[in-house]
Design a protein around this ligand. Structure first.
Ligand code: ADP
Length: 495
């Protein structure tokens, strides 16, 4: 019988299911958007039941579309929006509050109060004291939803990030687990001992009885209840979206690094079997747990990547589609000395300046839309290079290859400029669906669909490699111009 892997990709704005064959070809796919809830300025919520119904709906639809049954699926792998926090009743399965989404800033004051403990938080979790992570979101629910704390203390409530919630629902409430790559984003999990940390739970006043069992990213967690697909399917893989993308890009070895050029940009560097602390504003995180071994990563993010291209399209109206940015930029040989700093929502690593705002420098009477479009594309590259520089500094090692995925990675001009500025080979695989593929690979390994990592590598096809072609002097001059521009943008608001 033909056999496939089903990847559930539970994202921030939509739930998707993709069924893959062994070569990573898409056999069938389904997608549903769900409601974004904004109760107040800076607050973002999702309805956990809508996350569930949209996700399971796409899984059933994808199976049906492909004309397959549960018997054709060797395993289910999950990848998900990270840090988003759900609390539900153990007996009824009813969520006690909406899911608080990773983007939500409601706990900014709470996180600020944790600053004196930041060194301890960093050494145990690899994270900063920031409202982004699940810990303060969970504390908010316990403190603000009537009756919830008492119930939690009695052991009647469960906490989970999205993969945990989906596994619990799919197994009919019998399995309460969270994989290491998701657990490590809660600010409650010690990435050195691979366990929930009592001191952190005390600090945030979290009853430990509500926490899931931490598990590896590739393992048989349980089976779906038969009512969902007509029979049981083993659930055998789980990883947060960025770690799944790292796996999907085959960054299996220490020193491998990937960049996902989406709305924002996430860079992850595989640092092998040891967590590497960052002195340059990066996060230390678990990449995955597999076969009794844990692999760690350094993570950096850029808030505005493809979003800057959307800005060119929707606000500036310089282009009518994102891909047109390439055509437009190619009309000029260079940016004509223009630099765009797309700090629309502040600057992340390594600058960490939430108050910085965007700026444009070097404009002359001869500056055209094409120059500004080209300079905007180049800014995405410079921001990435800043993160690569931080990674080189934290590890003391060279980076020679960067693997890329995400919508804007389809832009050849952008990729060539990245190769030039970062002096690295850029590798783009034929399928840039690396997030869901990563989940499929993890599930496929535990279900015996793939024999080994080598089996996966053999199935993957490179579509294009971009080689650096810029001289060292020119590279340094361009980077120096960028750093002057960032400095000036920061100076503008700090007077
Ligand atoms: P996300 O998963 O964050 O929604 P995607 O990986 O789907 O993002 O990528 C979409 C983003 O990539 C958009 O912000 C869009 O502006 C940008 N984008 C898509 N195609 C191109 C292109 N050819 N050149 C530059 N940017 C692009």
């Amino acid at each position: 019988m033909n056999s496939y892997i089903m990847a559930l990709d539970q994202g921030t704005t939509s739930s998707r299911t993709i069924i893959y064959d062994k070569c990573g070809n898409i056999v069938s796919a389904a997608q549903r958007e769900f409601t974004q809830i904004f109760p107040h300025e800076g607050w973002v919520e999702h309805d956990p039941l809508e996350i569930w119904t949209s996700q399971i709906g796409t899984a059933q639809e994808a199976l049906l579309k492909a004309g397959l049954t549960y018997k054709n699926i060797a395993g289910i792998g999950i990848t998900n929006q990270r840090e988003t926090t759900v609390v539900w009743d153990k007996k009824t399965g009813e969520p006690v509050y909406n899911a608080i989404v990773w983007q939500c800033r409601r706990t900014a004051d709470y996180a600020a109060k944790l600053k004196p403990h930041e060194e301890m938080i960093r050494s145990k979790t690899g994270l900063l004291a920031d409202p982004y992570f699940s810990g303060t979101k969970l504390a908010w629910i316990l403190d603000n939803v009537p009756g919830v704390r008492a119930k939690a203390k009695r052991g009647d409530l469960l906490f989970g990030t999205v993969e945990c919630w989906l596994i619990w629902k799919m197994t009919g409430g019998s399995v309460h687990v969270s994989d290491y790559s998701n657990a490590c984003r809660t600010m409650l999990f010690d990435i050195n001992t691979l366990s929930w940390d009592e001191e952190l739970c005390d600090l945030l006043n979290i009853p430990m009885c509500m926490l899931p069992e931490p598990v590896e990213c590739s393992a048989h967690y349980g089976d779906t209840v038969s009512v969902l697909f007509g029979g049981p399917i083993p659930i055998t893989g789980s990883a947060g979206d960025q770690q799944a993308a790292l796996f999907g890009e085959l960054c299996f070895n220490e020193g491998d690094v990937k960049s996902t050029y989406g709305t924002g940009n996430f860079l992850l560097l595989n640092t092998g079997d040891k967590p590497v602390p960052s002195k340059n504003g990066l996060l230390t995180t678990i990449a995955w747990g597999l076969d009794g071994k844990v692999t760690y990563a350094l993570e950096g993010s850029v808030f505005v990547c493809g979003a800057a291209v959307q800005w060119l399209r929707d606000q500036m109206k310089f282009i009518s589609s994102a891909p047109e940015s390439e055509e437009m930029a190619a009309q000029v040989p260079d940016a004509g000395g223009v630099y765009v700093v797309p700090a629309f929502v502040g600057l992340g690593a390594p600058y960490w300046d939430p108050d910085a705002r965007g700026a444009m420098f070097g404009i002359t009477r001869g500056t055209t839309r094409a120059h500004i479009v080209r300079a905007t594309l180049q800014s995405l590259v410079y921001q990435n290079e800043d993160l690569l520089t931080a990674m080189r500094a934290d590890t003391g090692k060279e980076i020679n290859t960067l693997k890329v995925d995400g919508g804007a990675a389809m832009n050849d001009l952008l990729m060539q400029f990245q190769a030039d500025i970062s002096d690295v080979d850029i590798v783009r695989y034929a399928s840039i669906e690396s997030t869901s593929l990563g989940a499929a690979y993890l599930a496929g390994l535990a279900s015996g669909y793939y024999d080994s990592l080598a089996d996966i590598v053999a199935s993957k096809e490179i579509s294009k490699t971009f080689k650096p072609s810029l001289g060292e002097k020119e590279r340094k001059e361009k980077l120096a111009g960028w750093h002057r521009a960032v400095k000036a943008a920061i100076a503008y608001h700090s007077v």
